[in-house]
Design a protein around this ligand. Structure first.
Ligand code: 0WD
Length: 261
């Protein structure tokens, strides 16, 4: 028996087959989970539909977390197919592109700050709040995605780093608040991976090169590796783990200085 057999997972944040959410979906499916998907807008609908079919799923629903009521509407729609489910994958974030380069102080606006926090962090709370009555099963698991910029100063990551710090604190408070109902909440802090969202970060190529040269494993990670870690966190094997930030980054977060050649 596959270790996620009998579990149902809702996945938010697929934009392409390079998305981290796709690596996670592929792994969850291979390990036996049934899947449902959301797409942010009509432009992405066909692409998400095609990827859903690759996972034997015909449940795809619109959800733009920045729109009032969108999460609730999506869950109402889902409840017609599933009365209960086990896993939420929250793999989405946003900050205005022009604020993801240059000096944090000069570039950040109040509007950009608020939208980055609302879409990248608050949406996880709203999702948990609305989905809680449906999150049942042996060991329900909520998984989000963070980045090292939450806890370290980074060039260009700017307001997104501050929003990720909020997300990581949000994960701890959600874990604390929902633990009594046996709902676990964790996030994976992934190393840099070339996706559509990453393309919006200035000098992203240089970040990939830097990790490849300096991380203990001397390479970047893949969406498959992040996916397999998410499958573990979603499984009964991780039933004692909640409120954690788990690094899948070739060990980059532990280094104290760059490699000396
Ligand atoms: O290096 C990377 N790629 C890393 C990404 C390293 C560490 C963490 N992450 C995080 C991201 O910050 C994000 O939280 O992983 C998560 C997934 O990001 P991704 O897979 O790199 O990016 P992508 O394939 O672009 O998917 C994210 C999608 C959006 O795509 P675009 O390209 O439009 O930004 O998030 C979705 C959207 O489809 N999204 C939304 N979904 C619903 N409502 C919204 C929204 N308002 N905004 C963005």
């Amino acid at each position: 028996m596959k270790f996620l057999e009998g579990k149902k997972a809702l996945v938010l944040g697929i934009a392409s087959n390079r998305s981290i959410a796709w690596g996670i979906s592929d792994s969850l499916r291979k390990n036996g989970a049934e899947l449902a998907f959301t797409y942010q807008n009509d432009k992405l609908k066909d692409r998400v539909d095609k990827l859903a079919r690759e996972c034997d799923s015909d449940i795809i629903m619109p959800c733009d977390v920045s729109e009032e009521g969108s999460i609730k509407n999506m869950l109402d729609q889902l409840s017609k197919k599933w009365t209960e489910f086990d896993i939420i994958v929250h793999s989405l974030a946003f900050a205005p592109r022009e604020e993801l380069e240059g000096n944090y102080v000069d570039k950040t606006t109040k509007e950009g700050f608020l939208s980055a926090h609302s879409i990248s962090s608050y949406s996880l709370l709203e999702l948990c709040k609305e989905a809680k009555p449906m999150l049942k099963g042996s060991n329900p698991s909520v998984i989000s995605l963070s980045y090292l910029g939450a806890v370290r100063g980074m060039p260009n990551y700017n307001v997104m780093g501050v929003a990720k710090a909020s997300l990581e604190a949000n994960v701890r408070y959600l874990a604390y608040a929902m633990g009594a109902e046996n709902i676990r909440v964790n996030c994976i802090s992934a190393g840099p991976i070339k996706t559509l969202a990453a393309a919006g970060i200035s000098d992203f190529r240089k970040m990939l090169d830097h990790v490849e040269k300096n991380a203990p494993l001397r390479r970047n990670v893949t969406i498959q590796e992040v996916g397999d870690t998410a499958s573990f966190l979603a499984s009964d094997g991780a039933s004692g783990i909640t409120g954690q930030v788990l690094y899948v980054d070739s060990g980059f977060n532990i280094i104290g200085m760059p490699a000396i050649d």
